[in-house]
Design a protein around this ligand. Structure first.
Ligand code: HPA
Length: 271
C-alpha cells in the first residue's frame, strides 16, 4: 500500500508540470458547480492514474482537476467515492492522501444531507462543526504509517475553527442563512428508517449523510485543516416522515448550490 502512494504520486507529478496545488476540494453529489469555475490547467482521468480505485461505473469517468480558482491553485475531485459503493475505507481516502502528498494545506468538502433538527430546513446550509461516525469501519484501521500521522490521532477539532469563523463571516456578509452542527455518517445506500432518524437525533446529530467522515478522519490523521458544509436536501423528522426520492434530493441540492458555491469560493481565496 505505502509503495503505491509513491507510484501514484510520481505518475501524477510527471503529468502536471510542477503544478503545486494549495487546496483540495471534494464536492458532493449534485454539487459540482464550483468545479465549473476552475480555470483548468491539467486534468487526469481516475481510470488512468495507477492505484486509483475505479471499480464502479460512475467513478470510471471521474477526474482529478488541477487549476486556479479565485486566485488559488486547487486540485478538485470530480467524482466522489462512497462506502455504499463497496469501496474499503482505505480506498475512499486514498485520493485525500495523494492530494496531501501533492502539497495541499487545506481541504474543502461538501455533501448532501438529511436534516434531523427542526431548526434546519430543506434547502438550508449547515457548516459541520463535529461528526459521529456510524460507518462500521475506520480508514485508519490496520497498521499505522507514522509518516502520515500518529496511531491515535486527536479529534478534538476535526473541523478547523478558523475556517468555520471565516465561512460564517462570509455567509453573514451575503445574508445567507447558515447553521452549524453535527454530521452523522450512515452507511446507506437505503435512507434511514423513522427509528434510525430518531436514534441519530437522540445521540446528538443535526444532519445525516453517506460521505465525508472517512475523508475527514484521514485529513485529521495528516494534520490537514478541513472545512465541510452540508446542503440539506430532505427532512428526516421522525415524528412525520415523508417519502423522499433521489430526484427531489438532486433538485433541492441544485437550488441551494449557488449559495454554497459562493461561500466556498470566497473562503478558498483567504490565506
Ligand atoms: N439520509 C442519508 N443520506 C442523505 C440523506 C438522508 O436523509 N439526504 C441526503 N443524503
Amino acid at each position: 500500500m505505502y509503495q503505491s502512494y509513491g507510484e501514484t504520486l510520481s505518475h501524477i507529478k510527471a503529468r502536471i508540470d510542477d503544478f503545486e496545488p494549495e487546496v483540495g476540494i471534494i464536492l458532493g453529489t449534485g454539487l459540482g458547480g464550483l468545479a465549473k469555475e476552475i480555470e483548468v490547467v491539467h486534468q487526469l482521468m481516475y481510470a488512468h492514474i495507477p492505484n486509483f480505485p475505479v471499480s464502479t461505473v460512475e467513478f470510471h469517468s471521474g477526474k482529478l482537476i488541477f487549476g486556479s480558482l479565485n486566485g488559488r491553485k486547487v486540485v478538485a475531485m470530480q467524482g466522489r467515492l462512497h462506502y455504499y459503493e463497496g469501496y474499503s475505507m482505505q480506498e475512499i481516502t486514498f485520493p485525500v492522501r495523494i492530494m496531501k502528498l501533492l502539497g495541499i494545506s487545506k481541504l474543502f468538502v461538501s455533501n448532501a444531507a438529511g436534516s434531523l433538527n427542526h431548526e434546519i430546513k430543506k434547502g438550508d446550509l449547515m457548516f459541520i462543526e463535529d461528526h459521529i461516525n456510524l460507518l462500521p469501519d475506520s480508514p485508519l484501521r490496520g497498521s499505522n504509517n507514522e509518516q502520515f500521522g500518529p496511531r491515535f490521532p486527536d479529534m478534538s477539532e476535526p473541523y478547523n475553527k478558523k475556517l468555520l469563523s471565516q465561512a460564517y463571516e462570509i455567509a453573514k456578509r451575503h445574508k445567507i442563512r447558515v447553521h452549524k452542527g453535527v454530521y452523522v455518517s450512515a452507511p446507506g445506500p437505503s435512507l434511514e428508517t423513522r427509528a434510525e432518524y430518531r436514534y441519530m437525533r437522540l445521540i446528538g446529530g443535526d444532519v445525516v449523510g453517506m460521505s465525508t467522515v472517512p475523508e475527514v478522519i484521514v485529513a485529521n490523521h495528516m494534520g490537514l485543516p478541513v472545512f465541510a458544509v452540508s446542503v440539506v436536501t430532505d427532512e428526516g423528522f421522525h415524528e412525520d416522515l415523508q417519502p423522499v426520492s433521489l430526484e427531489e434530493i438532486v433538485a433541492v441540492a441544485a437550488a441551494a448550490e449557488p449559495n454554497m458555491t459562493l461561500i466556498l469560493k470566497e473562503l478558498i481565496a483567504l490565506r
